[in-house]
Design a protein around this ligand. Structure first.
Ligand SMILES: *[C@@H]1O[C@H](CO)[C@@H](O)[C@H](O)[C@H]1NC(C)=O
Ligand SMILES: *[C@@H]1O[C@H](CO)[C@@H](O)[C@H](O)[C@H]1NC(C)=O
Ligand SMILES: *[C@@H]1O[C@H](CO)[C@@H](O)[C@H](O)[C@H]1NC(C)=O
Ligand SMILES: *[C@@H]1O[C@H](CO)[C@@H](O)[C@H](O)[C@H]1NC(C)=O
Ligand SMILES: *[C@@H]1O[C@H](CO)[C@@H](O)[C@H](O)[C@H]1NC(C)=O
Ligand SMILES: *[C@@H]1O[C@H](CO)[C@@H](O)[C@H](O)[C@H]1NC(C)=O
Ligand SMILES: *[C@@H]1O[C@H](CO)[C@@H](O)[C@H](O)[C@H]1NC(C)=O
Ligand SMILES: *[C@@H]1O[C@H](CO)[C@@H](O)[C@H](O)[C@H]1NC(C)=O
Ligand SMILES: *[C@@H]1O[C@H](CO)[C@@H](O)[C@H](O)[C@H]1NC(C)=O
Length: 492
């Protein structure tokens, strides 16, 4: 009687978490590792970053059933279990693609930002407003139902230089708000993380900061590092991977490579020999796999495949990667993970090094309404929440050599529709308007912009990373914004 009650309870608990017949039982975090929610085996991310069109033709790849039909068999052929998508349109229907991914046993890590609804590096306080959170929460609403959502990234490389660590408290506030939102809405506790640029001066500080403090809601559940330090036929020591193993040896939560795949000095296809290291016991006690940058070939030339309409052409890179995956299965057993590490100590504020306070900004009060009723109608790409928050670019690292972020230059030009398409955000009940950047209203009318992050690290490679999407038409959304601004922000 007692036994069967216990078993019954267990069964109910399990059933509540994952459908018995799902190919993608939800992934759980335990200690510094991921585990399959059904079998309890350790889960390693074997994945690719997936955003066909890149930022020059930013398109929601999970809203197009035909594209998913084209690409999912390729994912299966390659042998991956996860994709990362940088941006979606939360007003679109994703059920088709999500179900196809589920059938194929493929998980999703989803960044919750769009170019126009994201934090501004110039004026993060201004951009951390209720309209922005509406966009984030509506994305959570749109995806929380799928058991194959492995996790959300609250931000990607918001800190991308030594000099913009002051943005960190706002990113961490978004992490906190997302986790509280999911609780309030009774969603599954989908892991929330941050994907960090590899910047030598704050690499360790950032990892600690996002995983520190007594408020568990404000700590990330997983940490992604965009790391381009293994180039060509490097090795565990030479690449710096060994050093990173030491650096993160006490990290209490899962850490993984949210982008990797340096192409510096590589001529005939990346050999992807790092796969052998990543999925070996050399690394499995600390790292939980990673995502290769990137599936499709875009302007910056990191693609594994070339897409032309319905056809997909696989490159040498692709074939090499496929071979490497096939040759290196996951480490046996639990991979030596740790379940007993404590969260990090908060780094203290240090001028010019770590300018992030451990007191996080309070959530804009207007956003609390969403906790009770949900985020409401998703605004998709019509959400323009950075009105007057300064021009900004969000980019991924150049992917050239070690420590790409620390010696990269941003060449950005802001763009906007002029005049009254800016300003007068009705966004929040807080006093953020005081801090709004005055530069925003003087932006040029040229709506086509390109922001290129150029790596000068190492030798030759100039990796134009993702160009921004041009401005769309000005949009008025009654009751949501009183005005719109084109605010250049490349999130990729
Ligand atoms: C942009 O992406 C869409 C959707 O994949 C595609 O139909 C369109 O042709 C692309 N446009 C350009 C200019 O590549
Ligand atoms: C940070 O440094 C870059 C140059 O590396 C510069 O373009 C940017 O304006 C600086 N940002 C801030 C907030 O000072
Ligand atoms: C990890 O913890 C151990 C034991 O406390 C300590 O000796 C070691 O220095 C720590 N490593 C790092 C990188 O902080
Ligand atoms: C594991 O580390 C050892 C010691 O550095 C190294 O000799 C070996 O090649 C590494 N194995 C892999 C698969 O990287
Ligand atoms: C940290 O934030 C708190 C609250 O906003 C503020 O009182 C304090 O002065 C800040 N400290 C630093 C070093 O900025
Ligand atoms: C990466 O860093 C390691 C150690 O700092 C160095 O030995 C190696 O040459 C670097 N690789 C590249 C491509 O810069
Ligand atoms: C912008 O708004 C101001 C005042 O609201 C008005 O005087 C000005 O003519 C408007 N400019 C444009 C381009 O509509
Ligand atoms: C950064 O790039 C510049 C060239 O723009 C170069 O002179 C400098 O040595 C580089 N610094 C590092 C640390 O690689
Ligand atoms: C707002 O921007 C759109 C295009 O982005 C433009 O067509 C429109 O004239 C602009 N309106 C004002 C008042 O500047």
């Amino acid at each position: 009687m007692r036994l069967s009650t216990t078993i019954g309870t267990l069964f109910t608990l399990l059933a509540g978490v994952t459908k018995a017949d799902s190919n993608t039982p939800s992934i759980k975090v335990n200690g510094n590792a991921f585990f399959d929610g059904k079998t309890g085996t350790r889960f390693y991310i074997r994945g690719v970053d997936y955003q066909p069109g890149g930022s020059s033709n930013l398109t929601d790849p999970l809203a197009d059933a035909d594209n998913c039909k084209r690409d999912i068999p390729v994912f299966q052929d390659l042998g991956i279990n996860t994709i990362r998508v940088y941006s979606v349109d939360n007003s679109k229907d994703h059920s088709d693609c999500m179900q196809e991914l589920q059938k194929a046993g493929i998980y999703l890590i989803l960044d919750v930002n769009t170019p126009h609804a994201s934090l501004s590096r110039i004026d993060p306080e201004c951009s951390y407003n209720a309209n922005y959170l509406q966009s984030v929460f509506a994305t959570v609403d749109a995806f929380a139902q799928y058991d194959n959502v492995l996790g959300f990234f609250a931000g990607n490389e918001v800190i991308n230089e030594a000099n913009n660590t002051f943005t960190a408290p706002y990113v961490k506030a978004v992490v906190r708000d997302m986790k509280k939102y999911m609780k309030a809405r009774s969603y599954r506790a989908i892991p929330v993380g941050y994907s960090a640029a590899d910047i030598s001066s704050n690499r360790e500080l950032a990892a600690e900061y996002f995983n520190c403090g007594d408020d568990a809601d404000a700590r990330v559940d997983m940490f992604g590092v965009n790391d381009y330090s293994w180039c060509g036929n490097s090795d565990f020591q030479k690449s710096g991977y060994a050093t990173k193993m030491q650096l993160y040896e006490n990290y209490s939560i899962p850490i993984f490579l949210s982008e990797f795949g340096c192409n510096q000095g590589v001529t005939d296809g990346r050999p992807f020999t790092e796969i052998g290291a990543i999925y070996s016991k050399n690394m499995s006690s600390v790292f939980s796999g990673g995502l290769v940058y990137e599936y499709s070939s875009e302007a910056n030339d990191y693609g594994l495949v070339e897409i032309d309409g319905d056809s997909v052409t696989k490159s040498n890179d692709y074939q090499n990667l496929k071979k490497q995956y096939a040759a290196h299965s996951d480490p046996s057993g639990d991979g030596g993970y740790s379940s007993d590490k404590k969260y990090s100590n908060c780094p203290s504020y240090k001028k010019d090094v770590w300018e992030a306070n451990n007191t996080l900004p309070e959530m804009p009060s207007a956003a609390s309404a969403y906790f009770k009723k949900g985020a409401g109608t998703p605004q998709g790409t019509k959400a323009y929440t950075q009105n007057d928050c300064g021009s900004d670019v969000h980019v991924v690292p150049a992917g050239g050599g070690n420590d790409s972020g620390s010696n990269s230059t941003l060449s950005s030009s802001s763009s906007s529709s002029s005049g009254n398409n800016t300003s007068t955000s009705t966004s929040t009940s807080t006093s953020k308007s005081d801090s709004q950047s005055s530069s925003a209203s003087t932006k040029s009318t040229n709506s086509k912009t390109a922001s290129i992050i150029t790596s000068t690290r190492g030798s030759s490679t100039t990796s134009g990373h993702k160009k921004s999407k041009g401005a769309g038409p000005a949009l008025e959304i009654p009751g949501f914004f009183s005005a719109m601004t084109e605010l250049m922000a490349v999130i990729l």
